[in-house]
Design a binder for this molecule. Structure first.
Ligand code: G6P
Ligand code: MN
Length: 443
């Protein structure tokens, strides 16, 4: 593997998350020596806007020796590349809005990755990601793909079936973001932590958090603190009420189930009624992102085009970018750092089916992920929840490959945010129409 002059492609280059990822790449040039950055997208305008922002960043921060290109051509993007950071969003925020709003019409959770919204997104996303993996295998078979594209378990399951040997890591920043927010709220240093965690993506639990400097498991005290007072949003999500709501619900979950520290996304499965009541069906998270991050990005572009001097760049994405760059660095330097990864189970959780895709800690080195086995069975409560969710996800991926309406309906019905086959069918039928351009044809 090349150690210098790295060539990195951002797939989904036009995304509003791109500046955060590039900033992390630039901050780490000593350990991750990059010499070419390619923004690859299917939307020329957005990609060009982002190229302007990144070019401005490079200039302002006086980075030299980095070539920057924006392209829609997969061959131009991938030939010669070493790492692909994927954050494509098939259908964009416009379709995210549909994913969120259609279920809400039927009184069901409307969310990007959880519930039926996540399943609708999954049927779009799988196709996009399989296409991306195929391009990378064709044009840069040695490159590593580090994937952030959602819904991660569904993508990992589909890639596992179609390209079992793909050089790809699927990772989610949620655990690191929970940890960082807890550390900032309660005065710890996360760098001292060794976290044990298991689940499916956006669907899991910590079982311990060992603090090396304090020489003890601090999860019990974190749970005590969280049960009393919800966390305040960290500075990287400042002003974002929906993250505050998520932390409030995390505390609520702990009041019911205080044994293990849950992923905040479990709120959609434990309290779908409350979540629905608290959601405005006409103004969902997609709208907030469009009026927030997206607008902010567009304003930056405008200022750059108008040659406005001063504080043009204005973004802070917390750990999101750093996490993916740390993973790439761990591959590059074979340093076996520890990350939460979404991988086929094969014994990591001993009493869960082997071919489930799970999220567990793993060491990352030159040959990829080495997941850590738990060596202890998980409890029946978590196991039951995970098995139902996993079966629903498997059925959905079956539906994708077999073009099966029946399997899709089973998946929608089994989803634990749904209480009725009738509603599942109504949402599925409406989503099929809304996703006509993107889903495989189901019959
Ligand atoms: C976290 C999750 C991602 C998710 C994102 C949504 O980072 O891990 O999987 O996409 O939140 O954030 P947004 O601001 O777009 O609602
Ligand atoms: Mn995630």
């Amino acid at each position: 593997m090349k150690q210098k002059n790295l060539n990195v492609v951002i797939a989904g280059g036009g995304s509003t998350y791109t500046p955060g990822i590039i900033q992390a790449v630039l901050n780490n040039r000593d350990v991750f020596p990059v010499s070419k950055i390619t923004l690859y997208d299917i939307d020329a305008d957005r990609n060009e806007d982002m190229r302007l922002i990144i070019a401005y960043m490079l200039k302002q921060q006086k980075h030299q020796g980095i070539e920057l290109i924006a392209t829609l051509d997969p061959e131009e993007a991938f030939v010669g590349c070493d790492f692909v950071f994927s954050q494509i969003r098939v259908g964009g925020l416009t379709m995210r809005e549909q994913d969120e709003k259609i279920p809400l019409k039927y009184g069901l959770v409307g969310q990007e990755t959880c519930g039926l919204g996540g399943f609708a997104y999954g049927l779009r996303s799988i196709r996009g990601l399989l296409g991306l993996v195929a391009y990378v295998q064709q044009y840069a078979p040695e490159a590593w793909i580090l994937n952030y594209t959602n819904p991660e378990t569904l993508i990992a399951e589909a890639v596992r079936r179609k390209f079992p040997n793909a050089k790809m890591l699927n990772a989610c920043d949620m655990t690191i973001s929970i940890e960082e927010t807890m550390a900032r709220n309660f005065g710890y240093d996360r760098n001292n932590w060794i976290a044990q965690y298991y689940g499916l993506n956006h669907f899991g639990w910590y079982t311990s958090i060992y603090d090396k400097s304090l020489e003890r498991d601090i999860m019990p005290e974190l749970i005590q603190k969280l049960r009393g007072t919800p966390m305040k949003i960290a500075s990287f999500n400042k002003g974002d009420q929906s993250w505050q709501d998520a932390w409030n619900m995390l505390s609520k979950t702990l009041q019911y189930f205080p044994e293990y520290l849950p992923n905040n996304y479990l709120e959609y499965y434990f309290f779908p009624n409350i979540v629905v009541e608290n959601t405005d069906p006409n103004y969902t998270r997609a709208n907030q992102v469009m009026d927030g991050r997206l607008k902010n990005t567009q304003e930056m572009v405008k200022k750059i085009r108008q040659h406005t001097d001063g504080a043009v760049l204005n973004f802070d994405f917390g750990e999101h970018g750093q996490y993916i760059v740390d993973m790439a660095t761990s591959i590059l330097n074979d340093s076996h750092q520890r990350f939460m990864l979404i991988v086929p189970n094969y014994g990591s959780i001993p009493n869960l089916r082997a071919d489930a895709v799970v999220e567990v800690p793993a060491y990352v080195g030159r040959t990829g992920a080495e997941p850590i086995a738990m060596r202890q069975p998980i409890n029946d409560f978590h196991k039951g929840l995970m098995e139902a969710q996993n079966a629903a996800e498997k059925l959905l991926v079956d539906a994708y490959f077999e073009h099966s309406y029946q399997k899709a309906l089973q998946a929608f019905t089994l989803n634990q945010t749904v209480s009725s086959a009738d509603k599942a069918k109504q949402v599925l039928d409406e989503m099929m129409i809304a996703n006509k351009e993107y889903w495989p044809e189901l019959s």
